[in-house]
Design a protein around this ligand. Structure first.
Ligand code: ATP
Ligand code: MG
Length: 137
């Protein structure tokens, strides 16, 4: 079993897609091992996306991620990191495969409904950024 970190981003929560996304997560065979509705501060979002600090979209990205409530999740499954990236689809919803989260719930590259860790090291960092060990059941 592997764990990954996921976010239902503020656009998808505001649009009322949290339930549908959670249903797809469970149907795909992930176990939810921690979950919380939260609102990131601007500095929370800046710390979370620190690897993108030099990118031109960094300010817009962190403003968006702190614009409203989001659902943060720890998911468990065999090969959870790549499995969740596949289920999410490409970063830009316009390029995402049919049936993926971003194709079905995202509206643009900067409002793409979900986040997923991209490697074991980022999953470990991101899980510990949002959850204490005791919260992971
Ligand atoms: P995430 O980290 O959110 O799961 P990702 O790993 O598919 O997405 P990254 O390259 O890590 O993509 O980019 C982080 C986020 O920054 C993307 O989800 C997207 O919203 C935004 N982003 C990435 N590239 C661009 C871009 N060229 N223009 C605007 N926003 C972008
Ligand atoms: Mg990323």
């Amino acid at each position: 079993m592997e764990r990954t970190f996921a976010i239902i981003k503020p656009d998808a929560v505001a649009a009322g897609h949290s339930g549908a996304i959670l249903q797809r997560i469970e149907t795909a065979g992930f176990a939810v091992v921690a979950m919380r509705l939260t609102r990131l501060s601007k500095s929370d979002a800046e710390g979370f996306y620190a690897v993108h600090r030099e990118r031109p979209f960094f300010d817009a990205l962190t403003t968006f991620m702190s614009s409203g409530p989001a659902v943060v999740l720890a998911l468990s499954a065999p090969e959870a990191i790549s499995k969740w990236r596949t289920l999410m689809g490409a970063t830009d919803p316009a390029n995402a495969d049919e049936g993926t989260m971003r194709r079905d719930f995202g509206t643009s590259i900067d409002r793409n409904a979900t986040h997923g860790s991209d490697a074991p090291e980022t999953a470990a960092f991101e899980l510990s950024y949002f959850f204490r060990g005791l919260e992971l059941v």
